[in-house]
Design a protein around this ligand. Structure first.
Ligand code: GLY
Ligand code: MN
Ligand code: MN
Length: 437
């Protein structure tokens, strides 16, 4: 569990950025229906959790810097004995102040009566617009109502400002407490990939390998996957977001697994590709080594000061050069890169920020320039090659091969740390592991 002091620190930080005379608002995630009266397991909105540590739906956090009666107000559901009997304990108003550091708490059912008063005489409202249309609508109505009162010397907020912009910049830089959770997510998810490699046999179904992953994550306390696992045998690996996972594994195919667990709201995102039989064929080996070379070269560049796009550019250069050598692309390297011909086989970017969300928040560019890497950022490095089964322009031996290798990398003061390092990725290591009993 994250310490309450960590959430307090974040709130102090956001209060400062919101500034005196302004107000900030953020709502919890709603419950999501799976079917009829069954909900999906609840997952709190990452922005809301980051600031509150509060894991219930039906809540709204309000930040009013330097408000005399208290700066942090939490609207939430009142304690309800009957609900507690059926669904388990929930915090209630007292819990919000006693356990979650709120200076004040009010019933969410009274929001319409209480919040409009809090908006009066504030200059700016920091708010993530566009997530909850009811709340968007209510907020505008409340502000308009205040405008009607302007004759009574009550001023309405004049500006709606994106809360995300300041919040996401904070989330981009991981603290020591966050890194503890991300290290655990990386370590356990790596273990899950090792388990999958060891248990893989021709004739199994993809979902049975998925079960091995989930087993390992759950046994180690990671009860949720950070995103639906991709377990893609053979040509299924060429479907980038394949999650059907219901095909039988064939002995001459590769298996691509993209899976990661979530540790107290922090994600791992790891991909490995390995032969179902435990032995790469010569063609599989050549393409695999090319992706690995690109990945290792890009990881090598992860350090303070590297522009984000250089990771992608080096992977494009290595992959395009390799594809020419192997005969999958024809032409000169500059033209193939300039005309983006390689995109037929490598169509996504090298990676993304990683944190509470698998595709985590934070800008990749500042104004028009690619951002430089800084200490505390965490990103994935995940080049891939996908040769569609019906690709007529390449020799038959390459067709239907999909490969991605993905690791989670922390930018450190002196270089980087690979959070997912415990799962093998060289051809020799993978073959050796799969031969173990
Ligand atoms: N697992 C999603 C991704 O790699 O971006
Ligand atoms: Mn990824
Ligand atoms: Mn992934």
């Amino acid at each position: 569990m994250m310490k309450q002091s960590e959430f307090e620190k974040r709130r102090r930080n956001i209060m400062q950025k919101i500034g005196k005379g302004n107000i900030g608002l953020i709502a919890s995630a709603p419950n999501q229906t799976r079917n009829r009266d069954v909900d999906y397991p609840y997952r709190q909105d990452s922005d809301f959790y980051y600031l509150t540590g509060f894991n219930e739906s039906g809540a709204l956090a309000v930040f009013i810097p330097e408000r005399e009666q208290g700066e942090y107000i939490l609207f939430c559901r009142e304690f309800d004995e009957k609900k507690a009997l059926w669904e388990g304990a929930h915090s209630g108003l007292e819990g919000a102040t006693e356990h979650y550091g709120a200076d004040d708490s009010f019933p969410i059912d009274d929001l319409k009566d209480i919040l409009p008063g809090m908006l009066e005489n504030k200059a700016k409202v920091f708010y993530p617009m566009g997530r909850d249309s009811d709340l968007d609508h209510n907020l505008l109505e409340w502000i308009n109502n205040i405008r009607q009162k302007s004759r009574n010397c009550v001023n309405a907020p004049g500006e709606l400002v994106s809360l995300e912009h300041i919040l996401h910049e904070m989330r981009l830089f991981k603290s020591a407490e966050e890194l503890k959770l991300m290290r655990k997510a990386g370590k356990v998810s790596a273990q899950a990939h090792v388990r999958a490699m060891k248990s893989c046999k021709a004739g199994m179904y993809e979902y049975q390998i998925e079960a091995e992953i989930v087993h390992e994550l759950s046994i180690e306390g990671l009860r949720a996957v950070a995103y639906p696992s991709i377990v893609a045998g053979g040509k299924n690996a060429c479907v980038l977001h394949y999650i059907d996972n219901h095909h039988k594994l064939r002995k001459n195919d590769l298996l691509l697994i993209d899976a990661g667990g979530e540790c107290n709201h922090y994600a791992a995102d790891i991909t490995r590709t390995f032969p179902v039989s435990g032995k790469f064929s010569p063609a599989q080996k050549q393409l695999y080594q090319l992706v690995l070379d690109a990945q290792l070269a890009a990881i090598e560049l992860v350090k303070v000061g590297t522009p984000w796009n250089e990771l992608h550019d080096i992977s494009v250069e290595i992959i395009t050069t390799g594809l020419i050598k192997l005969g999958l692309l024809k032409g000169d390297i500059e033209t193939l890169i300039e005309e983006e011909t390689y995109k037929e086989f490598y169509m996504h970017r090298i990676g993304h920020w990683l944190g509470m969300d698998v595709h985590d928040v934070g800008d990749y560019k500042i104004d028009d320039d690619w951002r430089l890497l800084e200490e505390g950022m965490v990103l994935t490095v995940e080049p891939g090659l996908y040769i569609q089964a019906d690709c007529k322009t390449v020799a038959a031996k390459w067709r239907g091969i999909g490969i991605r290798i993905e690791d989670d990398i922390l930018v450190t003061k002196n270089g980087h740390e690979v959070l997912s390092r415990d799962v093998p990725k060289t051809i020799e290591e993978i073959e050796a592991l799969m031969q173990e009993d």
